[in-house]
Design a protein around this ligand. Structure first.
Ligand code: IMP
Length: 431
């Protein structure tokens, strides 16, 4: 089946957006299957930079159709502003090229207010959410009281349901969180306007993908966030509220078990994380600034959605092996190799040590990593700027050794390496 899945193999922000953009060149459909506008994808094409949160980055290729699947939670205000921004920069984001699943749940201003209030109440135990209302929207979904996109097709009922939802949220905001209330009438009116705008976009996305695959069309499924933020398989409770892992694509797009030609895990050549939670290979001080950058460049390690500086560290192969397993990865694509240029010595975490024992695999998953100390293998770095390299043989020997070692130690082949943010700054890995 011409079906491919792209997932983040770390804690999100691996550079999936640019890889999806790259792979979209050969895809007919690009479908996003989880999360909401907590994701942030930056794609640079020439002088134009696109910042996308909800719309799959495939939209930038004029021949693709972009689909937002039933497992995604959608803030209508964000979606509309993204559609408008794309249109303004000359990208066709009309319903002929972009469709929203009827079953996708809506994120409302109430969910955002609840997200902020819940985080405040967590105090020192804060997750560091993006504040986009993701958790509360998925909570309403699993509590079977959420609003789905299809409700926007029935304006009169939509207005009533939305007013009920906002009024109920106000009760919680007042009584439980003792915080500011939402203006119900004003908000309903605004969302009714959004509903009218989005009506033509609503479709049966799962069926469209199934039909496309039957007809031999190429479909690329795009996971947001990353493996270690997975609700069930990540560093719980410091996770998001959806399933970014590749098997999520089947359930959350409404597909049966469909053979995937490729399951591609995207990972940086080092490790980053935003928000709280365990991070065994984290580094601080000057070493951290070296990996993160200062924020002067758009590709420095500062959140696309929140602008927060990301925590940074050495690549953790115990966690990457785990990502290989829970996703069923058939290959890895590594990003940001260029950032390591000029570092005399590089480190790869090959195993953990705890209580006098060595662990190459996690004994109880990644939720509690506090007992573990990373064991590092040191590799010599390279001094050359690699951003202009387009051919494997032209990469410095130590850069090739570093990449090859990652494949060896994870047991997953590496197919490509990116050496800069531009579309063409990618090297196919050779022998
Ligand atoms: P939420 O998804 O906003 O509820 O946030 C839960 C956790 O996931 C927090 O640690 C966020 O920083 C993190 N997170 C959510 N979305 C992303 C993303 O797209 N990239 C990186 N981290 C994310």
């Amino acid at each position: 089946m011409p079906f491919e899945i792209v997932v983040g193999a770390q804690w999100g922000d691996e550079g999936k957006g640019r890889i999806v953009d790259l792979l979209s060149a050969g895809a007919d459909f690009v479908a996003r299957y989880n999360g909401g506008d907590n994701a942030g994808h930056t794609v640079t094409v020439g002088l134009q930079t696109y910042k996308l949160h909800l719309v799959p980055s495939g939209i930038i290729h004029p021949h693709t159709i972009s689909l937002i699947g039933p497992g995604v939670v959608v803030n209508p205000l964000t979606l509309i502003s993204e559609i408008e921004a794309l249109t303004a920069s000359g990208v066709d984001a009309s319903p002929s090229r972009l469709r929203l699943s009827h079953a996708a749940h809506l994120i409302t201003p109430a969910h955002r207010a609840l997200d902020a209030a819940q985080e405040r109440l967590r105090g020192a135990g804060q997750i560091g959410t993006t504040g986009r209302g993701i958790g509360p929207a998925y909570t309403d979904k699993t509590s079977r009281r959420g609003l789905r996109a299809e409700e926007m097709l029935h304006p009169e009922r939509f207005v009533l349901r939305m007013a009920e939802h906002l009024t109920a949220a106000n009760r919680t905001l007042e009584k439980v969180y003792e915080t500011e209330l939402l203006m119900v009438e004003e908000t309903v009116l605004k969302l009714a306007g959004c509903a009218e705008f989005l009506q033509p976009y609503i479709a049966e996305v799962g069926d469209e993908i199934s039909q496309a695959l039957k007809n031999g069309r190429r479909v690329l499924a795009e996971g947001a966030q990353g493996t270690l933020l997975d609700l069930d398989h990540g560093t719980y409770p410091f996770v998001t509220s959806s399933n970014p892992i590749a098997p999520g694509a089947f359930a959350w797009l409404g597909l049966g078990i469909t053979p995937a030609e490729r399951v591609i895990g995207v990972t940086k050549v080092f490790q980053t994380r935003v928000g709280a939670g365990p991070f065994p290979t984290e580094v601080f001080g000057e070493e951290a600034v070296r990996l993160r950058g200062t924020g002067a460049n758009p590709w420095d390690e500062f959140g696309t959605t929140t602008g927060r500086p990301r925590r940074v560290g050495w690549l953790d192969l115990v966690l990457l092996r785990y990502a290989g397993r829970v996703n069923g990865l058939t290959e890895l694509i590594l990003t940001k190799l260029d950032i390591l240029s000029g570092m005399p010595t590089l480190r790869l975490c090959t195993a953990y040590r705890a209580g006098g024992r060595t662990y190459e695999r996690l004994p109880l998953g990644p939720a509690d990593l506090s007992p573990f100390e990373p064991i590092y293998e040191e590799l010599p770095g390279w001094s050359e700027d690699v951003s202009g390299v387009r051919c494997w043989a032209d990469l410095p020997l130590n850069a090739r050794r570093y990449v090859t070692r990652i494949a060896e130690l994870t047991g997953v082949p590496v197919s490509q390496v990116s050496v800069g943010p531009e579309r063409d700054q990618v090297v196919d890995v050779g022998e």
